[in-house]
Write a protein that binds this ligand. Structure first.
Ligand code: GCU
Length: 387
């Protein structure tokens, strides 16, 4: 069934490990001019900026670094939300550039039982808005806000449509109106870049919210949202932790390995996600001067949690695990020893020890309470180590 759903003329998905063609990945610790990187200093000064630039030019597009104005207002507040254990803030964040505004509608819950500003999990919500219902009449494991609050964290979410509607015809009606030069450039950002940009604008707000410990903000995304959470964390070092759930192709999975979704398929079905330049690689993965392990590495030394689901072969669990493995060397430059096993762990065997967490959950492509429980455990271990 999976193969049928995803069949697309010209881009036949491969689900046969023996049919993965041989490939060579660019080494994360060798520059494009073949200079080996051996120190943290050289990584930060030379290779990491080069990698970010490679992703901007070839994949996600430029990330606008400035805007004219950011203001916010609390549209609604309830200090006795979730039967009294949380405070709800519905925050309208307005960003203006070139006299054009966009508004991000943030739903934020704070644990009422806390002595200090709260660490926070921020979800980039790419699914129904009902998943982030502020009234909690509708509850969903996609964003299990009660569970996160019970674990002592604040929890927030915004919807991707506030930044760029997830639609080939309509994606320009959002952030791209503020940065018209992005629309015509071949390395201009599109929807995924806009969602990641939005996560950083929420962080701009969170830095001003005295209830939040803005040095402990984890950015979380599922699938297309998980592609955006990776890009947000790579571009914006203020994010303390990154979670990428079932993010697959152009998320955490390797592109050179042709298994499941391919670049050609993703660019054909979702032409509004990535920069025009990315389309050059539609049938030519081997020409890519990068692969997704380099994006994961760009998040180091900050902790990163990566997931798969056992039935989600479209997102290539093996290629995702390998990608995390190849990022290990950069964590090692910081003296951080990865706890990932040599081979992909069995289903439902989470590795929740920083710096790189991983699990392959039994079941379908989704974001579930099981996934969140592991993110929380991973973050809690990390913050305990850090202080
Ligand atoms: C499609 C797409 C994936 C994406 C997924 C999702 O399956 O091909 O790349 O991750 O949708 O966002 O759920």
């Amino acid at each position: 069934i999976l193969i049928k759903v995803h069949a697309q003329p010209g881009f036949q998905a491969n689900y046969d490990e023996s049919k993965v063609p041989p490939y060579t990945l660019p080494d994360v610790l060798t520059t494009t001019t073949n200079v080996p990187i051996r120190t943290k200093a050289a990584w930060e000064k030379v290779r990491r900026p080069e990698i970010i630039k490679l992703f901007e030019e070839n994949v996600y597009g430029q990330m606008p670094k400035s805007y004219d104005r950011l203001t916010y207002s609390i549209a609604h507040k309830n200090t006795s939300a979730m039967t009294g254990k949380a405070t709800l803030k519905e925050v309208t964040i307005e960003v203006v550039n070139h006299n054009k505004p966009i508004q991000i509608h943030l739903v934020l819950f704070l644990p009422n039982q806390r002595k200090k500003p709260a660490p926070l999990f921020l979800l980039i919500n790419n699914r129904g808005k009902d998943n982030m219902d502020p009234t909690r009449a509708h509850k969903s494991d996609f964003w299990p806000a009660e569970m996160v609050i019970d674990s002592g964290y604040a929890v927030a979410a915004f919807h991707v449509s506030d930044l760029a509607p997830d639609d080939t015809a309509k994606y320009v009606n959002g952030v791209l109106q503020l940065y018209p030069e992005q629309l015509t450039a071949n390395d201009g950002m599109k929807a995924i870049g806009a969602w990641a940009w939005g996560a950083s604008r929420v962080l701009d707000y969170l830095e001003k919210d005295a209830d939040i410990d803005a040095k402990k903000v984890a950015v979380v995304g599922h699938s297309r949202g998980g592609k955006a959470s990776l890009w947000a964390a790579a571009e914006d070092p203020r994010f303390a932790l990154c979670v990428t759930n079932c993010s697959g192709n152009t998320g955490a999975a390797l592109s050179h390995r042709r298994f499941g979704e391919t670049i050609g398929r993703i660019n054909t079905v979702f032409p509004h996600w990535f920069a025009n330049n990315y389309k050059k690689y539609n049938t030519n993965e081997d020409a890519l001067p990068l692969d997704q392990h380099m994006l994961l590495a760009a998040i180091a030394p900050r902790p990163l949690y990566v997931t798969n689901a056992s039935k989600d072969l479209w997102a290539d669990p093996t290629g995702t695990f390998l990608s995390a493995k190849y990022a290990e060397k950069v964590y090692a430059l910081y003296g951080l020893t990865s706890n990932l096993p040599t081979n992909p762990p069995a289903i439902n065997q989470p590795i929740t020890l920083p710096p790189i967490g991983y699990h392959n959950r039994e079941g379908e492509h989704n974001l579930t309470a099981y996934d969140w429980r592991n993110f929380i455990q991973f973050a809690t271990i990390y913050y305990k180590q850090r202080k």
